[in-house]
Ligand binder design. Structure first.
Ligand code: MLT
Length: 345
């Protein structure tokens, strides 16, 4: 099921004076955070659980969610049903979970767009810092800058030179303002001193379909979605945004190697609405941890060029620390870069 509200997207502007620095933050602390929640959810779960994906089906968030949902359903003894609530750069889905009954039966998978949104949207219907209970961090991985097969450049260096020369004639798809794919375009634009024309989708699933069909020129997407298309020779891979190359696509250079450093590493986390009882939080978190230990899930992650966080870094308490740090980091980074809700893209 896919739904979309019509949140007015903010208008974004960039200043090239300041650079954005993106990196995954992961701090290892204990499990103490769960103790504070009220103990009300006896017999949880009493019905199927809805796992909200804030982007369209077929994209990287959806792929990770479906892997987890299948395993967590077995652990919890109730179906975990993925629901794609796409729109407004992921904020429509976040709002849906923020306003859901806090009983553990509606949860959210999200990535750094959740933390960047307060700096980019002035019409959010929830307070990001207080609306969610972090349940645990999931996976971390880089973005891959890709192009349609017919695009002229064949190497990363050629692509960056081409993108600069083309200016706004180059079209780049993204999953909405504040999504990873959108922030990657901003970073790339800053790095090369040019502004590609942005084409917004409800997720990189449909964006990738249009890239494969040649409807847009380029897309910077998570390795999770990009790698199957690269391996199928459906798109060109130019560069990965991690400090090191990915083993699974070893011939693709890093942006640094290509002389245009763009550092961007993303991570997913799982969230419940604030006020969810301790029993439900504990069971959901334990089910997530069980899924993360599964060899099959880790093998799938590896095949997408993404990695599970180590056990100590994916606890709810560690997630809470990293979540709060990222909200602050994004507010600062976007402000310094001159990216704000009132400016144009
Ligand atoms: C998606 O699942 O479509 C992506 O996570 C969107 C993005 O942030 O680029």
């Amino acid at each position: 099921m896919t739904r979309n509200d019509t949140n007015t997207p903010p208008r974004i502007g960039t200043s090239r004076r300041a650079g954005l620095a993106l990196a995954a933050g992961a701090l290892a602390v204990g499990f103490a955070g769960l103790a504070a929640a009220p103990a009300l959810a006896q017999g949880f779960p009493s019905k199927p659980i809805t796992l909200v994906v804030a982007f369209a089906a077929g994209g990287p968030s959806d792929v990770i969610a479906r892997l987890l949902a299948e395993h967590m359903s077995r652990t919890l003894g109730q179906q975990v049903v993925v629901e794609n609530v796409a729109g407004a750069g992921g904020t429509t889905g976040s709002a849906r979970v923020a306003s859901a009954a806090p009983d553990g039966h509606t949860i959210l998978i999200h990535h750094l767009a959740l933390k960047a949104a307060p700096a980019l949207y002035n019409n959010l219907r929830y307070d990001t810092a207080t609306a969610f209970e972090p349940l645990g961090m999931i996976n971390t991985g880089p973005m891959v800058i890709t192009g349609k097969m017919a695009l002229a450049p064949n190497t990363a260096a050629e692509f960056f030179a081409f993108a600069k020369a083309q200016g706004d004639k180059l079209t780049m798809a993204h999953a909405g303002v504040g999504s990873n794919s959108h922030l990657c375009i901003l970073l790339m634009g800053q790095a090369i001193g040019s502004k590609p024309t942005q084409v917004a989708y409800r997720g990189t699933g449909p964006a990738m379909n249009d890239l494969v069909a040649g409807q847009v020129d380029a897309l910077c997407d998570q390795s999770t979605s990009a790698i199957p298309q690269i391996q199928g020779n459906k798109i060109k891979a130019y560069a990965v945004t991690s400090p090191q190359r990915l083993d699974i696509i070893k011939d693709v250079p890093t942006t640094r190697e290509a002389g245009t450093p763009i550092d961007m590493t993303i991570w997913h986390g799982l969230y419940a609405p604030k006020g969810t009882p301790a029993e439900a939080l504990g069971k959901l978190s334990s089910a997530l941890q069980a899924a993360m230990k599964d060899d099959g899930i880790n093998a799938r992650f590896a095949s997408f060029g993404t990695t599970a966080f180590p056990e100590a870094q994916r606890t709810p308490a560690a997630h809470k620390v990293a979540f709060e740090a990222e909200i602050a980091k994004w507010a600062k980074a976007l402000k310094e870069a001159g990216v704000n809700p009132a400016a144009a893209n």
